[in-house]
Write a protein that binds this ligand. Structure first.
Ligand SMILES: Cc1cc2nc3c(=O)[nH]c(=O)nc-3n(C[C@H](O)[C@H](O)[C@H](O)COP(=O)(O)OP(=O)(O)OC[C@H]3O[C@@H](n4cnc5c(N)ncnc54)[C@H](O)[C@@H]3O)c2cc1C
Length: 265
């Protein structure tokens, strides 16, 4: 690793101020992505600003229509939280599928959504559950948040503070995990909001997106067979050593069918 200055601010204002005054600052949450990147010398920030002591980034609030999760909430906390398991079981299930025990005990919701790895699980939930990404400056609707490969609507220095997930009538998530890392080769979350269907897809493209053609078919008939005739073009899909674009397009339908079957059971 290169040398860097380490900071541990106590407030959002302090954190943003440190970022703005740094030559090349970066926020640190669970470090599960950032630290390996720094160790491999793929990133060499001048200042690392640790968010772990910042006030207002933790806490889980479960209401009838919405589940609000602080950005610094660990994946394991989401997976085990009684209120989430009761009101939004799909989110607890999804969090429990992330990586391994070590990753779930260090990695955070905000870190995952800020990083926007194309194979990360949470982005499928942000899209599929029509979430709102709250930052120190504004509220960003899910459909505007993910923009491209590791690119989001966040401005430099903007901090995710909380994510508000809408509670659907029922929902299910299925992923085809990479056997080594458990990252999603493809993951699909299907949510039924009283007859309005949302489909969030991760792993397939450069960033998470809505499966609008699948939504239209499922809106008419919420059944795995309803998407049989839907075409999932592989144009622009990820094509790497883990899977071809064509295979990922195939997986989108398979994972969607499995999620729909779970949702109906
Ligand atoms: C072996 C391994 C397996 C994994 N498997 C999976 C998997 O199956 N599924 C999956 O989804 N993920 C997986 N991950 C990634 C894991 O979920 C990480 O926790 C996540 O990518 C980053 O979260 P973090 O809290 O560690 O963030 P960090 O690594 O600390 O930060 C990541 C980036 O986000 C920025 N950031 C952090 N918090 C904020 C914030 N609140 N506001 C703005 N910017 C912020 C940082 O500046 C940095 O650029 C895996 C990781 C490892 C090492």
């Amino acid at each position: 690793m290169y040398q860097f200055r380490y900071h541990r601010p106590a407030t959002l204002e302090e954190a943003v101020g440190l970022y703005q005054s740094a030559e090349d600052g970066i926020y640190l949450a669970g470090g599960q992505t950032l630290l390996p990147t720094m160790k491999q010398r793929l990133a060499a920030p001048s200042d690392v600003i640790d968010l772990s002591a910042v006030d207002g980034l933790t806490g889980i609030d479960v209401n009838s229509g919405e589940v609000r999760v602080g950005a610094f909430t660990l994946h394991d906390e989401v997976a085990r939280h009684e209120g989430i398991r009761r009101s939004l079981p799909v989110l607890a299930f999804l969090a429990a599928q992330i990586g391994d025990g070590q990753v779930r005990n260090r990695g955070t919701l905000g870190g995952s959504v800020a990083n926007s790895d194309p194979a990360a699980d949470y982005p499928a939930a942000v899209i599929g559950l029509g979430a709102t990404v709250n930052t120190n400056a504004r509220q960003i609707p899910a459909d505007e948040y993910f923009q491209d490969l590791f690119e989001t609507a966040l401005e430099p220095g903007e901090i995710i503070t909380r994510i508000d997930f809408q509670v659907p009538t029922r929902a299910a998530y299925r992923k085809f995990p990479n056997p080594a890392s458990r990252y999603a080769v493809v993951g699909v979350l299907v949510a039924d909001f009283d007859g309005t269907i949302r489909v969030g897809i991760t792993g397939a493209g450069p960033c998470a997106f809505r499966g609008t053609a699948l939504e239209v078919a499922l809106q008419a008939d919420l059944d795995p067979a309803a998407i049989e005739a839907v075409e999932v073009p592989d144009a622009g899909f990820n094509n790497d050593l883990h899977a071809s674009a064509e295979y990922r397009a195939h997986l989108v339908k398979i994972m969607a069918k499995r999620a729909i079957a779970d949702l109906l059971s």
